[in-house]
Design a binder for this molecule. Structure first.
Ligand SMILES: [Zn+2]
Length: 220
């Protein structure tokens, strides 16, 4: 009789402990069932936007590494299209850029990713344009909602006021079937953005807020 009571008590403790574990895990690891593919724009021979000796490709990669770290802390499984200064073009192709973008899209499509996020820097002739801007391609129905959500959240965290926008005819975004967005995290052509984008502290701030926006997107 006593052993039966102990058994029931033990079972109850086990149920309570498992429940607490799942509750704590859901709170601290809200992305634990998600796979995210990060795409640092450009690389290798393709520097992206440049300003003197500052290359977009390098900043994109640094932000993605920080973002990977932050997303993993929240439980996500994270992959990247590149982990160093190279592009993904196939050997001996003439249309190097096209090949690079197609191969990036291919590896994302082959994965079980829930979302992809491409990181780029903007640049214009005028130095007055600034701020973070989210782009989407309507190839996937979910993309517009993701872009709208991220732009709203990021504007409020980073005190910017740009609007999300549709991009048409961008080969990479057209080819990726997984839901996702392209974030131009700032303007290399704007002195203030250019200063911020090179600071470790601002790169961490960007990664933290993109992670927060992602968690909120999945939590509705
Ligand atoms: Zn770019």
């Amino acid at each position: 009789m006593l052993s039966k009571k102990i058994y029931v008590l033990f079972l109850l403790i086990l149920i309570v402990c498992s429940f607490s574990f799942f509750t704590i895990n859901a709170k601290h690891k809200p992305l634990s069932n998600k796979i995210i593919f990060l795409d640092p724009g450009h690389g290798g021979l393709d520097p992206g936007s440049t300003y003197k000796n500052i290359y977009e490709k390098d900043i994109n990669l640094k932000i993605c590494f920080e973002l990977k770290k932050q997303l993993e802390k929240k439980g996500a499984k994270v992959f990247m299209t590149r982990y160093g200064d190279y592009d993904l073009s196939s050997n001996n192709v003439r249309a190097r850029k096209r090949s690079d973008l197609t191969n990036r899209a291919k590896i994302i499509n082959k994965s079980d990713a829930d979302m992809y996020i491409s990181i780029h820097l903007n640049a214009t002739q005028s130095s007055t344009w600034k701020g973070i801007q989210v782009f989407y391609d309507d190839v996937n129905q979910e993309n517009k909602n993701i872009a709208k959500h991220f732009q709203k959240e990021l504007n409020s965290y980073l005190k910017t006021n740009r609007s999300y926008s549709e991009i048409k005819g961008m080969l990479f975004n057209r080819q990726v079937k997984v839901p996702g967005i392209l974030i131009e995290v700032g303007f290399l052509s704007n002195p203030n953005d250019r200063y911020l984008l090179r600071q470790d502290s601002y790169q961490i701030k960007l990664a933290t807020n993109i992670t927060k926006s992602l968690i909120n997107y999945y939590n509705g």
